[in-house]
Unconditional design. Structure first.
Length: 239
């Protein structure tokens, strides 16, 4: 055998039919178990736990977030979204949904900007200053009174998220946060903060995505069924 290589001996592979995979009783329908482990969590356990978390959400706060975003739209303000890791991906996802998915004929478009998308700018601020400044420094260029700073964080304690909310507060923006655990430091910096009732990071992130889609759906519905009179009274083109 050539040096640096090794061989793995595999036993015979037992064929599995499509019919059995799709639900017919067979040995593969049993809950999976790993050798040497007392318990391997099943998908049913994970998703059942998620359902319990979702059922415990403060739905009135979700509706208030939808109302705040819609109100900012009517006043011609911009919503800035931010977060780290999976929350950064969700910030980008929400900006995409709100900016593109809410387009209605004859209406101005929703101003939604994700501060997680400009990689050169993020790395420039992180390299020349420090990583906890990457969102705050971007906001200092653009945020104005009445805008929304929308922070997504599972722990509520990310330093760069905290700094961004501080900049938003000082500028007169309306700070919104969605978080988990005990809310963390962002709880005291937000005008409106929803804390997912969980200490499981994956469940918190799942709940944040569901919340984001709920808010987007509510805002889109309002725009698609808006009354012309209300828009004329609160239009961003009004003096």
């Amino acid at each position: 055998m050539p040096r640096g290589r090794f061989r793995i001996a595999l036993g015979p592979v037992k064929p599995v039919s499509l019919i059995s995979i799709r639900g017919a009783p067979n040995e593969y329908a049993e809950e999976p178990k790993l050798s040497g482990e007392k318990h391997f969590p099943s998908s049913k356990e994970y998703l059942t736990g998620l359902c319990e978390v979702l059922s415990g959400l403060p739905f009135h706060l979700v509706d208030q977030i939808s109302e705040a975003l819609h109100d900012a739209y009517l006043r011609g303000r911009t919503t800035y979204l931010l977060g780290n890791g999976g929350s950064a991906a969700l910030a980008s996802h929400m900006a995409c949904d709100l900016g593109k998915g809410t387009i209605a004929p004859g209406w101005p478009r929703f101003r939604a900007v994700s501060l997680t998308d400009n990689v050169p700018l993020l790395t420039a601020w992180a390299n020349d200053f420090q990583f906890e400044d990457v969102f705050a420094q971007q906001l200092l260029n653009v945020v104005e009174k009445g805008d929304i700073v929308f922070a997504i964080t599972t722990s509520g304690n990310s330093p760069n998220v905290v700094k961004a909310l501080e900049v938003g507060r000082d500028a007169g923006a309306f700070n919104i946060g969605i978080t988990g655990f005990d809310g963390g430091r962002v709880l005291g910096l937000c005008d409106l903060c929803l804390v997912v009732p969980s200490e499981n990071v994956q469940h918190i992130e799942d709940a944040h995505l569901c919340l984001a889609h709920s808010v987007f759906s509510a805002v889109r519905h309002r725009l698609m069924h808006a009354e012309a009179g209300r828009f004329a009274a609160a239009s961003r083109y009004s003096p």
